[in-house]
Each structure stands twice: as C-alpha cells, then as structure tokens.
Ligand binder design. Structure first.
Ligand SMILES: [Fe+2]
Length: 208
C-alpha cells in the first residue's frame, strides 16, 4: 500500500534552517542576530498568510483571559534545542496595550505577518535597590508592518501596541513562554512584578 508522504511546508523549511543555525553557531547572542532573515522568509511565504485565516484569535479577540493571562498560539517546539514558534492573532477592535514587559532570559524575534502595530521600547532608570519597583522611561516608538521583525534580547523592556487594525504576528522564542519568569512594568506607578508569561494554545499551522 502506498504510504502518504506529506509535502514539505514553509514551517518545515523554517525549522530546518533554525536547527542548522543552532548546530553551527553555539553563541546565542551571535545566533539570534542572524535569524531575522530566516523569520522574514517565513513571513513572506504566501502559504503562511493564507493559513493564518484559520487560526483562532488569541484570548478570543480580547486583551486577556478572565484569569489575567494572555495567550500565544504554539505552532512548534523543538525537541532538541528547545526553541518554540508561537504567534498572536489580534482582532481589529482590540484597542489595548499588552502591557510593558520583558521576557526574562528568553531571546525573541517578533515578526509581523499581517496588519500594523507599534513597538515601544523602554530602559530602566533606577538602581534596582527598591523591591517590587522599577522606574523606566521610553526610548523607542516604532511603527511596524508585514515583514518587520523586532529582535528582543533577554530582559529588554518593551510592548506591542495595537493601532485599530487586526494584526497577526509570529514569535520565535529561545524557550517557550512560561519557562522563564518574566516581568511586568507600570511606567506611571513604578510597579514591577514577576509574571508567568503567555499561556500556550497548540495550533496546527496548516490545519483547517
Ligand atoms: Fe513581548
């Protein structure tokens, strides 16, 4: 009996290339600086944009779940190197800011697949001596559109802001969300707290 052979997808090619980088470049700092073009190739593949129409909205289209946690779609987690390809799909009427945060020790590439958003970056301006307190100031405000990739290194403080448009993003992380303690920041009050990071919702990228 003939065995069905599944055709190679854009995700298969992406994963193979990322795995090659892990095998060839042991220094994470150097490796993560080289991965942007690989992410851009995935974002530019028309099959991915088409497939995204079938993905569920994260948080049912709202900013958060009742328990206060945000969601990420989970498309792939590598069994050997631990990296994960995640995503978010936000509705047009979701006019919220995700909240200012860092990703703990995780390296991240945030790549926009569809729609437009604003990326904001911040830096810490206190000495870290006061518990549960962090003073920050904004350093960057950047409009991003399809194909743009933001490289977020460990502990870098940032947020993505919706601008009244539906938006879909793919997020490559050195470890899946939830594996490292993240932090949330409040620029007005200086409140600084540990958080678990997004909850993961497994999705078949090319499923119906
Ligand atoms: Fe983030």
């Amino acid at each position: 009996m003939a065995r069905e052979v599944k055709p190679e997808t854009a995700l298969d090619r992406f994963v193979a290339t990322i795995r090659d980088w892990y095998a060839e470049e042991p220094d994470p700092e150097k490796r993560w600086e080289c991965l942007t073009p690989v992410m851009q190739e995935l974002l530019a593949d028309p099959s991915v944009l088409e497939a995204s129409k079938n993905w569920p909205l994260t948080n049912g289209g709202g900013p958060r779940n009742p328990d206060g946690r945000v969601e990420n779609l989970l498309f792939y987690q590598d069994p050997d190197y631990g990296f994960a390809l995640q995503g978010v799909k936000k509705a047009a009427d979701r006019s919220d800011r995700r909240g200012i945060h860092d990703h703990g020790r995780i390296y991240t590439l945030y790549g926009l697949l569809d729609g437009h958003e604003k990326v904001e970056r911040f830096e810490r301006i206190d000495d870290g001596s006061k518990e549960d307190y962090a003073a920050i100031r904004q350093t960057v405000e950047m409009a991003v559109g399809p194909g743009d990739v933001d490289v977020v290194k460990p502990y870098e403080i940032h947020t993505e802001v919706t601008v009244g448009e539906a938006a879909v993003a793919l997020i490559l992380r050195s470890e899946p969300s939830g594996s490292s303690t993240q932090h949330r920041y409040n620029m007005e009050t200086g409140e600084y707290q540990a958080s678990q990071g997004p909850r993961l919702v497994p999705v078949d990228m090319f499923g119906k």
